[in-house]
Design a binder for this molecule. Sequence first.
Ligand code: A3D
Length: 320
Amino acid sequence: MARKKIALVGAGMIGGTLAHLAAKKEMGDIVLFDIADGIPQGKALDLSQCGPIEGFDASITGTNDYADIAGADVVIVTAGVPRKPGMSRDDLLGINLKVMKSVGEGIKTHAPDAFVICITNPLDAMVWALREFSGLPHNKVVGMAGVLDSARFATFLAWEFGVSVRDVNAFVLGGHGDTMVPVTSYTTISGIPVDDLVAMGKSSKERMDEIVKRTRGGGGEIVGLLKTGSAYYAPATSAIAMAEAYLGDQKRILPVAAYVDGKYGLNGLYVGVPAVIGANGIEEVVEIKLNDDEKANLKTSTDAVEELLVACKNLDGDLA
Ligand code: A3D
């Protein structure tokens, strides 16, 4: 059987980390694409030289030519610019929308059968734009955010309760912005709802509110510390989990930015929801019951995504 092919569009901090993880896991042969001359080639060479030490069999190549992504099974997109301290994700809209146009066209021409995972911010708007420019079916284009946001929530909860992160199943819905919705009612530790643990006196409502707030600002906290870019280890790890779910037809239910049309009262929007990922890409969006507060928070979050889409559509005219 031929090896799978993973194309990484954007060979920056996340792109390089994705290549390293995919190679270590022997997910397939890897092509790193970037517009910067030398960066994908240099990273590919450096990463190839990990092979003899780690003992992985994977061809890793760097390119500035979209033709080299031809036949990719999975494309992960990180092309664009990241945030600097003081910037919101939305400040990236104008620059990264232009990038999504060229990336979408490259995918449309050379890898139309791929499962495409977008990471570029502002995520919910960029995954929408990438889908529009690539023309791929909605079930084959998805955004990575919820896996990361849930991992951040789970990390803080594991620290709070003094338990293994492996036992925490945390859940974040909505857009990938400060209005995202960490849902405590669906968040459990070894099956025990965190709300029950709070009622048992293991933590307090105030601490939970602080953890929710820290999760919402989780990306910004790292940008503030790094000063020159944004998080990359956990974002890359999250996208790899999604790619593995697709390649292995795992039917995992993961929180991802999926196209929602008809569920959650939404019409034609990419936003963070639980979805089944298998060999057909996004196989189902799972609609869960929310309490009134959660519904109101989700509405605030999806309104923010809708506003970004309006801005995108206005800018899109300038790109035509
Ligand atoms: P960075 O290290 O700057 O890498 C981006 C790469 O994109 C650079 O190597 C650029 O040369 C390249 N690039 C720019 N324009 C193009 C183009 N037209 N075609 C191909 N490549 C291009 O950034 P990063 O890897 O740290 O972050 C990448 C993106 O991910 C940014 O938009 C971040 O904001 C975003 N991000 C999203 C999350 C989510 O959870 C959704 C988390 C962290 C970062």
